[in-house]
Design a protein around this ligand. Sequence first.
Ligand code: C5P
Length: 244
Amino acid sequence: PGTGPLLYEGKAKRVYATDQDDLVAVEYKDDATAFNALKKAQLLGKGALNCRISALLFEHLERLGVPTHYLGLQGDHWMMVRPVRVVPVEVVVRNVAAGSLCRQMPIAAGTRLDPPLLDLYYKDDSLGDPLLSEARLERLALVTPAQMESIRDLAFRVNGALRQLFAQVGLELVDFKIELGFTSTGELVVADEISPDTCRLWNRAVSDAQERILDKDRFRQDLGGVVEAYGEVLKRVQGVCPEP
Ligand code: C5P
């Protein structure tokens, strides 16, 4: 599907040009990384699972009127998307305390956050994706205040949509990260991927704090069964979403 030159290689995906200006091909890799790539592994089948899960979630968002870069699937680990200028800000929405929040604030993992918390990080590996304050974001001049409002609004709409979808299949959307981008016509859309690599998902039926984890924390914490957990997420989401 990626007939043109490699445009960008990230830790888990490669983006290729195609013979059409308005179409790029994203290849989902089996590479897993954590802690800013200090920890690395190959997880056979992860790329295809994340590609299919992302596709179902993007389609769900589109059905609800949330614009995304998604256009369609090609084979089992390729996704066709609209080219976008990615805003170098990682937008995290948290419904339940976990991960870095619990390392940076005196808050117990599992504490419900109501209303959800929105955190912004500057996307820069060499700086370690630092947490941004509103003032720093303004100083960086990456987006206008009005665009920031749209980003915030989109992030909460994504949260509402996905939280409800996952709840329907017995999964708790603890938190997630999205990236946003501007299309050639200036439309702000959800880009990158939405998968167990970028979301925390807990099985609601399981109370054990480790066993309930169905996301990349299985890899981060060496819990094993990473691909199996992602497969479980796909199976559940397929149960409520029409196939692409
Ligand atoms: O690390 P932290 O707890 O802040 O992560 C919050 C959420 O954002 C988690 O779901 C995590 O998987 C996701 N994330 C991500 N990419 C990053 C940082 C966090 O997908 N670079």
